[in-house]
Design a protein around this ligand. Structure first.
Ligand code: PLP
Length: 399
């Protein structure tokens, strides 16, 4: 089987809901991938922020294999040793409080939405059920998270949406101020908007928003599914922006590629998930948790996150140097190893050309390139990525 025959097989039997590159990967190693035609790639997408410690990380691989050989699944009717340990590590590394495990990002947001409404209801405020979210956000594809998602293109054809969600314009604190009223139970926000192309809130926005929530007894939910787990150089991007959410949702890189999602809520909120109120058959599965334990131990080791910051700066500086040589780069934005390059031209052709040259980068929102390398990417890989990316950009006539 080569790339072409695998692509044909995909098209023959799978629904057409994905737009796929004509490439099939057989194996990976760190920031490198190898396809079915024997070609090597440098991967700065990481399965969309999932391969946090790179592909086939030896520690993660060993943990998965050992756990799979002893016990793959029990049930949350029982205690699960590695799950208990991962919850402890997650709580300590984020906001304290208690953890609920699920299997994906959208499920983490569903759980957070349910938890916020239940918390409101438990306090006798049954009419305070509204969730406020921002235009351009992405919170997932199931109905609650989809209803919260502030991009109409994802809603199209799937209506009606779940009631009780309110969208406000991006970057506008006055709209937020007006939207947070006595019908609101929570404000749901990505510290940086990922899917739409690494969009940053205006300086001070998140701190002011957190203050408004605190003053009005409204829960602040940070969707850190993409920005969390050390991606920005801190365990949570919230920390980098000086806010402490009441609820945090995590997924993507948390188990370095195995399906795991988590909700962390401060104790007073977490109690609203009382016995039987919410659950998941697979959530917190021992194999996924064994991978997550290695991830957490690795990124909380002394000095690791400082290195993420340093490498993020190296990558951003390199991109700004490229921008200085060109006229079509509008801005380089982001934090740590989550970076967006906004251009005045379409970026899809650039991502396609980069792929042909052996470099994997994501084009989003039409004119943005999104870079999400593994957190343990090397300086040499960053430098190579910069030259591959620049080579994939269209030739400019010098004036
Ligand atoms: C990817 C993502 C989700 C959805 O996660 P899935 O695991 O695909 O359900 C939600 N929120 C953010 C910010 C994301 O980046």
């Amino acid at each position: 089987m080569n790339n072409a025959t695998i692509a044909e097989l995909t098209a023959g039997y799978q629904m057409g809901n994905y737009t796929r590159f004509p490439v099939a990967f057989l194996r990976g190693e760190g920031a490198r991938l190898f396809d079915a035609d024997g070609r090597e790639y440098l991967d700065f997408l990481g399965g969309i922020a999932v391969a946090l410690l790179g592909h086939a990380h030896p520690g993660v691989t060993r943990a998965i294999a050992d756990q799979a050989a002893s016990l793959v699944h029990v049930s949350n009717l029982f205690h699960v040793p590695v799950q208990s340990e991962v919850a402890r590590l997650l709580s300590l590394a984020t906001i304290g409080g208690k953890v609920f495990f699920c299997n994906s990002g959208t499920e983490a947001n569903e759980a957070a939405i349910k938890l916020a409404r239940k918390w409101s209801s438990d306090r006798g405020r049954t009419d305070a059920y509204e969730i406020v979210a921002i235009d351009g956000s992405f919170h997932g594809r199931t109905y609650g998270s989809l209803s919260a998602t502030g991009q109409p293109k994802f809603h199209e054809g799937f209506g009606p949406m779940v009631p009780g969600f309110r969208a406000i314009p991006f970057g506008d604190i006055e709209s937020l101020d007006a939207a947070l009223n006595d019908k609101t139970c929570a404000f749901l926000v990505e510290p940086m908007q990922g899917e739409i192309g690494v969009r940053m809130h205006p300086p001070g926005y998140l701190e002011t928003a957190a203050g408004l929530c605190r003053d009005r007894g409204i829960l602040l939910i940070a969707d850190e599914i993409q920005t969390g787990m050390g991606r920005t150089g801190e365990m949570l991007a919230s920390k980098r922006f000086g806010i402490i959410p009441d609820i945090v949702t995590l997924a993507k890189g948390i188990a370095n590629g195995l399906p795991l999602g988590a909700v962390v809520a401060r104790d007073e909120v977490a109690v609203s998930f009382s016995p039987g109120s919410h659950g998941s058959t697979f959530g917190g599965n021992p194999v996924c948790c064994s991978a997550a334990r290695v991830v957490l131990e690795t990124i909380t080791a002394p000095g690791f996150l400082d290195e993420v910051k340093r490498k993020g700066d190296r990558l951003a500086d390199g991109l700004r140097a490229i921008a200085g040589r060109r006229s079509d780069i509008v801005s380089v934005r982001g934090m740590g190893l989550m970076i967006g390059v906004e251009m005045s031209v379409e970026t899809k052709p650039i991502a396609n050309r980069a792929l042909e040259h052996g470099f994997i980068v994501n084009a989003c929102s039409g004119n943005v390139l999104r870079l999400l390398p593994p957190l343990n990417v090397t300086d040499a890989e960053i430098d190579r990525a910069l030259s591959l990316l620049e080579a994939a950009m269209p030739e400019e006539r010098r004036s």
